[in-house]
Design a binder for this molecule. Structure first.
Ligand code: BV8
Ligand code: ZN
Length: 248
């Protein structure tokens, strides 16, 4: 059910300085920046089988294919910029400070480019690489590798994108669980709700003795739509800028 105001638009959500807001973003928030989503028509997965490009087994089988998949995305990131949805969340952080917990499933840097200072990339980051063999720290890397996969100059192992693939454990799950416990507004934006554990966060929020308000923002109902108090249907770049009313 969606609360719509007299003007036919959604009622803004009142946010106070002491509000605690949990925002989870998915590929949809970057769609209006021209970054392909995974599942929408023509999405990334359609050009490649997920098992081939987003698993450690796929990487072991064909590191060259996987590096071509990620190199295409690295190249694209240099050509795109944040859209009004990213900017609206940076503004929300300016008002709430650490009252905003922003976690993204996206590996692109668009939240940071929009000015967000604290972003948890639970599935890692596109512009970071790490060694598949030794424990050296992940390092910033915006290079593309279209031929031979890069080799670690410390151990000779293969360098891989520093992203979380299927079957690997997402980052920051402890902080995410604590933020789900503490929030009074739970707001996923632009995610099909099809990949876990992220898609299950809303159920965790609703299991709380005093659940937060849960609002989904995106153009179509997500797979887990029934878990939300409200689904505000529309593109994030249009819905987010007017979504919050800051009570100063
Ligand atoms: C794990 C990084 C164990 C790499 C990604 C069976 C049942 C349940 C679970 C499983 C199962 N079998 C296997 C699993 C686990 C598996 C999983 O969930 N599989 C799915 C397919 C069933 N999950 C895992 O393996 C995870 N790890 O489970 O480890 C564990 C866990 C916890 C504790 C201990 C052990 C790891 C998953 C991470 C995989 N890596 N990405 C990369 O980016 O290349 S996943 C990738 O797809 C994204 O990161 C994102 O998370 C995910 C989903 O994509 P979305 O962001 O939702 O985007 P999508 O294209 O799907 O949808 C786009 C949405 O945008 C749509 O809703 C559309 O309407 C909307 N949209 C379009 N335009 C706009 C818009 N919204 C707003 N505005 C617009 N303009
Ligand atoms: Zn190494």
């Amino acid at each position: 059910m969606s609360r719509v105001g007299p003007s036919g638009e959604f009622e803004p959500i009142a946010v106070k300085r002491e509000s605690r807001v949990f925002v989870l973003t998915g590929a949809g928030i970057s769609a209006e920046s021209g970054v392909a989503t995974f599942r929408d028509a023509g999405g990334l997965w359609y050009q490649h089988r997920v098992e081939d490009v987003a698993t450690a087994e796929g990487f072991a089988r064909d590191p060259r294919l996987v590096w071509r998949f990620y190199s295409e995305r690295r190249k694209q990131i240099g050509e795109v910029k944040p859209n009004p949805a990213h900017l609206a969340l940076a503004e929300l952080e300016g008002f709430l400070g650490d009252g905003l917990f922003l976690v993204t499933q996206n590996v692109d840097p668009l939240h940071e480019l929009a000015g967000s200072k604290r972003v948890l990339h639970m599935h890692g980051e596109l512009l970071t690489s790490r060694c598949d063999t030794c424990p050296r720290r992940p390092f910033r890397d915006d290079r593309t590798y279209l031929d031979d996969p890069p080799v670690c100059d410390e151990c000779g192992g293969t360098i891989r994108p520093d992203v979380i693939w299927f079957g690997e454990i997402p980052l920051g799950l402890r902080e995410i669980a604590d933020a789900i416990e503490a929030c009074d507004l739970f707001l996923p934006v632009g995610s099909s709700g099809s990949v876990y554990p992220a898609a299950g966060f809303v159920a965790e929020a609703r299991e709380r003795s005093r659940p937060p308000r849960t609002v989904y923002v995106g153009p179509e109902r997500p797979d887990n739509a029934s878990m939300f108090d409200e689904c505000r249907l529309g593109p994030a770049g249009r819905v987010l800028p007017g979504l919050f009313k800051f009570l100063r």
